[in-house]
Design a protein around this ligand. Sequence first.
Ligand code: AMP
Ligand code: GLY
Length: 424
Amino acid sequence: MRVLVVGSGGREHALCWALAASPLLTKLYCAPGNPGIGELAECVKIGTTDIAELVAFAQEHAIDLVVPGPEAPLSAGIADAMEDAAIACCGPTRDAARLESSKSFTKQICDEAGIPTAAWERFEDAEAARAFVQRRGTPLVVKADGLAAGKGVVVATTEDEALAAIDAFMEEGTLGEAGRAVVIEECLLGEEVSVFALCDGTNAIPLGAAQDHKRVGDGDTGPNTGGMGAYSPVPALSPEAEQTVMDRVIRPALEAMAARGTPFRGILFAGLMLTAEGIKLIEFNVRFGDPECQVLLPRLKSDLLAALLAACDGELAQFDLRWHDTAALAVVLAARGYPAAPERGSAIRGLGAASAVPGALVFHAGTALDPAGQLVAAGGRVLTVCGTGADLHAARAAAYAAVDRIDWPEGFCRRDIGWRALGG
Ligand code: AMP
Ligand code: GLY
């Protein structure tokens, strides 16, 4: 099997790492990849949304399977374009990717399929949105309807905050078209967890659960980020609750998508709140999370490549995944200044020593090689250091032991990843 992974982050490094272990693999490419991925795959200089170029490359190199990592190529139509070229692609079509790219679409699917979620309303008119806020009172959550790279959600505890978000998104257009319409919803209280499933259009099989750490600072302080760390499994989510998510959230969504003629294939990521009234869906994403992927795949015992192929072939009903009875915990190392203005160019050393820690895996994200061949920081989130072990305590010990061997004074990480499960 000749496989092309699309992306350049820690998630794609983990995907390449898992695919490289498959006995079915004969050749692995990654576009555009990064220096860590370059140790496992041949990196190709094509951007993740250059769909025509990706299709041409896949045709020229007889690719059997394309695995998109991030959302952007999916909403740009990579799965549709590969399908037209008769190349298997383990990801949703552009229409099915609306489960992530449109908040109001997801809410309609929830209503159609009876998926528990926060009560909501959509507004195209700022005056009507303001009147709703004044009528309902806070707390409320104001969301740009379109994709906004994590900047489109305001959890407003006061009326002023809610009104300011409406002004910024709808009147000032701070998010461009993505914010011209907003969804305003009930504020859910509880613990957040993410549940992942592999889908073939009709069937879904669980890929495990993880908990992310979105704020940049220890104690969940500071601005939101793409994610500063994750762990799996999640003790707060019992196996029965995970089954409930499959039965009440994932499978109904698949049925609703199929009934609309836009079946969902690929990774479905349910962001959930464990509320006092039960599990409620916050959002869907149509891909693996980053850094959640880096803690799910090290626990997978089965062949990832075989599973992704089965998803493309509509054969998941007969497919069973096996898992190691281990835990994984990942710590993201980011460049000083992240998320606002990460500093680039500083030298990173000690990755060999870090990887030598038993149970540790080092995944690259925003790294590059300078002209002298020295590894340097080239992005906001730069490395994901994942520890694995018999339980979350052992996984955390392995992760931080490896972090402490990395010589990169210009980088930083959170020191409390896993605090909900393990304490500070
Ligand atoms: P989203 O982009 O929809 O994932 O929202 C980003 C973050 O905002 C989520 O991870 C939650 O922490 C928070 N959030 C979104 N919707 C709600 C809600 N209805 N109630 C409480 N928090 C929410
Ligand atoms: N870590 C959150 C995400 O990938 O969306």
